[in-house]
Design a protein around this ligand. Structure first.
Ligand code: GLN
Ligand code: ZN
Length: 764
């Protein structure tokens, strides 16, 4: 018989119960017992839900108080020395200190889990790293489920994935592969223990198998699993891969001596053809058919077509129907969405609904399509509805897309020409100063926005409140003599949501929360249809701000790739096409800002780097359409209008050419924390336009002195010519308070002025 599985379930609970309890615990308002209670309740609820949905292989140990990679560090005892851990099981205090740091010690690093928006705690591998089993979590959870009458398939992050996504400390210069015997020994111990507790199947997540792997890692994979197999010969181990196809790692993956392999057929449907003929006869294939990364209903007929191929080749007993990856990346339960438009809702499925989809496919395979005729009919109807709905398909948008010409994605003149015209128009000094957009989001501002949303204050009252904030921010910037001003973004709750709410083709959920890191969740907008802009979105605020000052006021927009990247995107057309539609909407906004007299416009693209595909071979295609989308959004303006962009990080090495190709007149990036080290990318690549390397780490409450910022600028001058340099903070100031913003920005202007003087003297 075809069986079913889910690779993992969202942990936080439909009302974010876990988040609330954990945060209360951190504040001392909830006890350790409260924490464990909430966790147990949620686990039981989720296991029961999966059992009731008819899932054969229900995951355990997919739960986490913070992050599953951190849990793996705890399991393996890889605790960096600074936490003074003395061995034994890792307690909550040490665990949360590693996650978040405390007054004595800094947190471990966080990084994006493959190409998702989920952040994992980056394991640190020391020279001479040892591994000891230091947590009972997988065993406890397995037994907890068993006691509740639910047989589970424990999930572990695989040893190779763990090693590959870890970072090495500076003194550890050997290959991380040298750690294989040590780490594998602990996995063997854990697997044996699970087996002794009654587990028959274990899921080992090895998503690193979809990455470009050096040969030494491929060899290490073989060694690791050979050791595991030899030591634990008769436990059913399923290796899971997801987020991309196996490609050149196919032979490796099918050859690993385990009992089954899971592949992601949502991201890489074509890999079925290459995996099927290669799969050894003793192996099970787990088909990742239900999208664990998005909120759309599955196309049942299409999934059956694929799954039937696998059943035909392998037989029913060797096929598992599953989610593409863990459902961690989807919201919990669509039934909780009471305010969504019913038609759009009828197209969607959250984690809970996806379980039913998994079960239905398996039923169709086991009993024939006739047995699921109703479900097939319903699924076909949704597919048909989405194909034809006027809510999704907008003739005008498609015509506009067809009418795109290459000229639209290119400025009128090359940068050197624009630069002269901009200098004449804007008359900025050298080392011009600006900020990234937002100013402190005070209690007052949040309250005014919330009241307005609730309808408890009138539009007029709300606008008056916002205008007051804008005026305050403008007067402050004038007082300290900034060169290019911003209006402060008081009216914005979130840089993507703000635009999504005003664009056609977007909708918003009430409880569509997805874990981002630790207790933090995001509620991504849903792009369901063609995107268009019914009316200007920011012009009123920017013009008002400009009316208050003679200095240039910077218009502030979010770019197409960032909007795309931080939303649930429709799956019925390529992402590149959706990006183009958003780009045209932003382009209209840019033109309207220019018409309204705004001479400097910033289009933020902090997410362009994170959209980079996992495989190098796919980078070029992605970067081409990402850059095109940015240029479509920014190139409608005349030469005199100055386009800025902002990217938070500056791990640019991989994409520096494309950043240059975006051809923004000015780019601001985050560099202060790394002491400008991140500018290294600019040593060999001569960035052609102007650039503002951040000189104030806005993630820290510390106020930097003018001298300190001068020092950073002088470092920057070593790699970037002075006449290309801008002076600005690392990022927006919305998370900071005025008490830090006032002195910091004052010092920032002082630093810029000081350098201007110095350079003037040096030239004279
Ligand atoms: N303009 C935005 C702000 O200042 C940019 C935020 C970001 O880069 N994430 O808040
Ligand atoms: Zn930023």
């Amino acid at each position: 018989m075809v069986t079913t599985s889910s690779l993992g379930f969202p942990r936080v609970g439909v009302q974010r119960e876990l988040k609330k309890t954990i945060e209360a615990y951190w504040k001392g308002a909830a006890s350790e017992a409260d924490l464990q209670d909430t966790a147990r309740t949620l686990r039981l609820r989720h296991w029961t839900m999966q059992k009731e949905a008819g899932i054969t292989h229900i995951p355990s140990n997919d739960f986490s108080f913070y992050d599953h990679v951190l849990d793996t560090c705890a399991l393996l005892g890889t605790v960096p020395p600074r936490y003074n851990w003395r061995g034994g099981n890792i307690d909550s205090q040490t665990y949360f200190a590693m996650a978040r740091g405390n007054a004595q010690v800094t947190a471990m690093d966080m990084s994006k889990w493959f190409d998702t928006n989920y952040h994992y705690i980056v394991p640190e591998l020391q020279k001479g790293q040892t591994f000891t089993l230091s947590s009972n979590k997988p065993f406890d959870e397995y037994q907890e489920a068993k006691a509740a009458g639910i047989e589970t398939r424990p999930v572990l992050v695989g040893p190779m994935t763990f090693l590959i996504i870890a970072k090495k400390t500076a003194d550890f210069t050997d290959c991380r592969c040298t750690l294989v015997p040590g780490i594998v020994a602990v996995y063997i111990e854990a697997l044996k223990k699970l087996q002794s507790l009654g587990a028959r199947f274990v899921q080992i997540d090895e998503p690193a198998l979809v990455l470009d792997l050096e040969d030494r890692y491929k060899d290490a994979y073989k060694t690791a699993y050979k050791m595991i197999r030899a030591a634990v010969p008769d436990l059913n181990i399923i290796i899971t891969t997801y987020f991309d196809g196996l490609r050149d790692n196919t032979d490796l993956a099918v050859s690993l001596p385990v009992n089954g392999l899971h592949i992601d057929l949502k991201r890489a449907p074509d890999q079925l053809e290459s995996v099927l003929p290669k799969l050894p006869a003793d192996k099970i294939l787990s088909l990742g058919l239900i999208d664990g990364r998005n909120i759309w209903k599955n196309d049942l007929r299409a999934s059956l077509d694929v799954a039937e191929k696998a059943v035909k080749a392998l037989g029913k007993d060797r096929v598992i129907v599953s989610t593409s990856c863990s459902l961690l990346h989807t919201p919990n339960d669509l039934d909780q969405e009471t305010t969504l438009d019913p038609q759009i809702k009828s197209w969607m499925a959250f984690a809970r609904q996806k379980l039913a989809e998994v079960a239905t496919i398996a039923k169709g395979l086991n009993e024939g399509r006739g047995a699921i005729a109703e479900a097939l009919k319903a699924s076909d109807a949704v597919a048909q509805d989405r194909k034809t709905s006027a809510r999704i398909h907008n003739q005008a948008v498609q015509a506009a897309i067809k009418a795109i010409t290459p000229a639209m994605a290119s400025r009128q003149s090359p940068f050197p020409v624009r630069r002269i015209k901009q200098q004449a128009a804007l008359k900025l000094p050298t080392f011009p100063t600006t900020s990234i957009g937002s100013f402190p989001q005070t209690e007052n501002i949040r309250k005014a926005r919330a009241d307005f949303k609730k309808g408890s204050i009138e539009t007029a009252a709300y606008e008056t409140a916002m205008k007051k904030e804008i005026e305050h921010v403008v007067r402050f910037q004038e007082k300290i003599d900034m060169d290019v001003l911003v209006h402060g973004e008081a009216e914005r709750n979130d840089m993507v949501e703000y635009f999504g709410e005003q664009l056609e083709g977007f909708t918003f959920t009430r409880n569509g929360w997805v874990q981002s890191y630790g207790s933090r969740c995001v509620k991504p907008p849903v792009i369901f249809g063609d995107v268009s802009r019914p009316a200007p979105m920011t012009v009123k605020w920017s013009s008002y701000a400009q009316s208050l000052t003679a200095k240039p006021m910077k218009g502030m927009l979010t770019g197409p790739i960032t909007i795309l990247q931080w939303s649930f995107v429709r799956d019925d057309q390529p992402r590149s096409q959706t990006a183009r539609q958003i780009a045209l909407a932003i382009r209209d906004e840019v033109s309207d800002l220019e018409k309204a007299g705004i001479r400097v416009i910033q289009i933020d693209e902090p997410a362009i780097r994170e959209g980079l595909p996992l495989r190098r071979a796919d980078w070029k295609t992605y970067l081409a359409w990402a850059v095109e989308a940015f240029k479509l959004s920014s190139c409608s303006v005349k030469d005199e209008t100055q386009i800025h962009t902002h990217m938070c990080y500056s791990e640019f090495n991989d994409i520096i050419d494309s950043v240059g190709a975006m051809d923004a007149d000015v780019i601001s990036i985050e560099t202060s924390r790394s002491q400008m080290e991140l500018l290294n990318a600019f040593v060999s690549y001569k960035y052609p336009n102007e650039i503002g390397p951040g000189v104030w780490d806005i993630h820290s409450p510390r106020v930097p002195s003018a001298e300190e910022m001068t020092g950073l600028l002088e470092k920057a001058e070593k790699v970037i010519p002075s006449d290309q340099l801008w002076v600005n903070p690392d990022c927006g100031l919305k998370t900071r308070g005025w008490a830090e913003v006032e002195p910091s920005l004052t010092n920032l202007v002082k630093a810029a002025k000081g350098l201007r003087e110095k350079r003037k003297k040096a030239a004279a």
